[in-house]
Design a protein around this ligand. Sequence first.
Ligand code: WT7
Length: 714
Amino acid sequence: MTENPQAQAAGNAGNTDDESSEALIAVHWREEGYYPPPPKFTGQANASDPAIISQFGEENFPECFRAYADLLTWDKYWHTTLDTSNAPFWKWFVGGELNACYNCVDRHLGEHKNKAALIWVPEPEAESHQAITYQELYRRVNEFAALLRDFCGLKAGDRVTFHMPMVPELPIAMLAAARLGIIHSQVFGGFSGAACGHRIADSGSHVLVTMDSYYRSGDLMDHKVKADEAVETAAKEGQQVDKILVWRRYPGQYGSKTPMVEGRDFFVDEVLAEYRGATVAPVSMPAEAPLFLMYTSGTTGRPKGCQHSTGGYLSYVTGTSKYYQDIHPDDTYWCMADIGWITGHSYIVYGPLSLGTTSVIYEGTPNYPDAGRPWRIAQQLGVNIFHTSPTAIRMLRKVGPDEPAKYDHHFKHMTTVGEPIEPEVWRWYYETVGKGEAVIVDTWWQTETGGFLCTTLPGVHPMKPGSAGPPALGIYPVILDENGEEVPKGSGKAGNICIRNPWPGVFETIWGQPERFVQTYYAKYNKDADSKDWHDWPYFAGDGALHAADGYYRILGRVDDVINVAGHRLGTKELESAALTVEEVAEAAAVPVVDDIRGRAVEMYVSLKPGVTASKDIEAKVTTAIETDIGKIARPKNIWIVPDMPKTRSGKIMRRVIAATSNFSDTGDITTLANPEVVEKIRQQVQGAKAARGQVPRELTETEAEELKSFGSE
Ligand code: WT7
C-alpha cells in the first residue's frame, strides 16, 4: 500500500494495519494512498467538524435525521420521526405537511429573488445561456401549475408523465406538478417512445408532457415523434392518453415533422398565454405523499416505478446536498447528469434548489463541439461545484486530455457517481480537471435510495481513489454473505452490501407492485416477515462490495442480472425481450463486456428458429428492436448469432459462460452443462470475429473477473 503522509497528518482515515486481505482480491487494483481535502476547501465547508458523524451515530437514530428535516420549511411539523408499523414500508416525519415546490422556490424569494435559480446552456454555442431568477422561476412554475390544474384537470395524487430533454421547462414542469401534489414521472429523454409508453401505462398517466425537438451532438432531434409512439404503446397496454403538451424549443416555431393531433396535442407556449400571471397556492402535502416516480430496470422485464416521498426525500436530498455537495447559496453548481435520471432529480433540481443555490443545466453532449466544452462552460459561468460520471470523465480524458489546462475554471468540489472509477481516471479528474484544488466525492447510491449512501464527507475524510468511502451520515451498512452471515468488518472480503436501517431518502415502494418491493429489496435477509422492528429488515442493494480496514467501502458492481452501461442500469430481461420481438429469433441472452469508456457495454447472443439462416439483416433487426423498445443507450456493441446457447440441464441459459466468452476470460466449470461442446464453438466464432474487429479487451482486473463470474447466476 502506498501511503500519503499528509493523509496521516489529517489522521481521519483510521486503522490501516490490515491491508493485505483486500489486496488479495484486487491484485490489479491496489489499495490506494489517501488525498487529504485541500485546506481551502475545509476552511469553508458546511461540515468540517468530525463530531457531526457521532451526532448521526446509531444511538441517535432515527432522531438524528431531524437535522435534515429542519432544513425545510414545514406547514405542519411532524409528530413521529420514523413509523415502522407497516415494515418495510417506512414512513418518515409522520404528521408533517409541506410542499416541495414551496421549499425549492417560494421560500427563497425573500432573500434571493433576483438571483439565478437555473442557468440553462443550450448546446449550440452561438445561442447564449439563459439565467432564470428565483422570481422568474416562481412565475413560470405558477403559470404551468395553473395549466396542469385548469387545462389538464390534474390534482394531487394524479400521475403525469414527462418525456423531456435537458431544458429549463423540465424542472419548471416538475416543480409545477409538485406545487399541486401531482406525482411526476419523468422518463429519460433518450429513451424510445415505446419505453416511455410502457412507463405511461404503468403509472396510469393521462397526460404526457414533451418537447418538439432538442439539440444533441449538433443535430436538432425530432422528439415529438416519440410521443406518438408512446401513446400508441400505452394504448396497447390499456392506458388512454388524453393530452400531449408539447413545449417548443423555439416558441412559435415547430421543430418536428410529426403532425399535431387535433384535440389531443397542444403547444404549451400557446396554451400558456391563457395563464399569464396566474398564481396557484402550493398544496400542503403529507410528508409521506409520493412526490415522483422514477423508473429503473430490474431483473425482470417490467420496469420498476420507484416511488419517492415528499418529506423524507426532500429532507434527505437537501441534507446531503448541503453536507456532501457542500452547496452554499452563493455557489454555482453544475451537475452534468440528465434530469431524467435520479441523479438529476436529487442533485440538479430538488437538493440544490431547496438550498437556494444556482443550478446549471446543459442541453447537449459534453464533447460538443469539442472536448473543451465543459471547461469553457465552467469558466464562463464561474461554476465552482462540478458533478459527473466516470463514463464522462473517461471520455473527456480520452478525447481531450489537455483541454482542462486551457481554461481558467476553478472547482472547489467535484463529484463522481454511477460506476466504480478507476484510480488512474480518478487522478486525471483530480489533477487535471480539478487542478489539485478540488475535493472529490465518489458517491455510491441508487435510484431507489434517493440520495448518497457511501461517500467521504468532503471536509472531514481523506479521499481514496477507487473507493466510495465511509457510509453517509445516519447510514449503517453491513456486508452479508449468501447465508446472511456478516462478512467481518474491515476484512476486505467481498459480499452483498446491505443497509441495516431505513433513512429518509429511501423509496417507499414500487408503484403498483408492493410484493415485488418486499421481495426484491427486503425478503432476502429478513427472518421474520411480521417484525415491526427495523433491525430485522436489512435493505439489499444488489451490489457486491468490500469493506477495507480503514472503514472505506469499495463497490464492485451488480450481483444481479443488471448491466451498468455508462452508469445506467439495463436489465438483461428487458434487452432479451426486445430481441425476441424479432420474428426469426428463438432465444436471446444479453451479457456485459468491459468497455474502456462506458464501463460496460451490452453484447447480445441470439439463436434462430429452425430453418432460418444467419444474416446481417437479422443482426440489424435485433439492434433496431432494442433501440425501439428501450433507446439508443442500450444499442449492443455486437450481436452474435450462435448455433445454440450454453444451457444447464434444466434448460437455463448460462449467461456467465457467454459473458466470459465475450470478455476473453475463464468460462469456469462447464462440465455440468447440457451441451458443453457448444461453448468451444461459440468461443471460436466470437473471439475470432472480435480479434478481426480489433476488439480483444485488455486483461480484466480481478474485481471485474469476480463480477462476471457471478453474472446471471440465479
Ligand atoms: C447502481 C445504481 C446513483 C445514481 C446513478 C445510478 C452503481 C452507483 C456508484 C459508485 C460504484 C456505483 C451500483 C448501483 N453505482 N454509484 N460511486 N461506485 N458503483 O443510479 O441507475 O439506480 O444505478 O450504480 O451498481 O447499484 P442507478
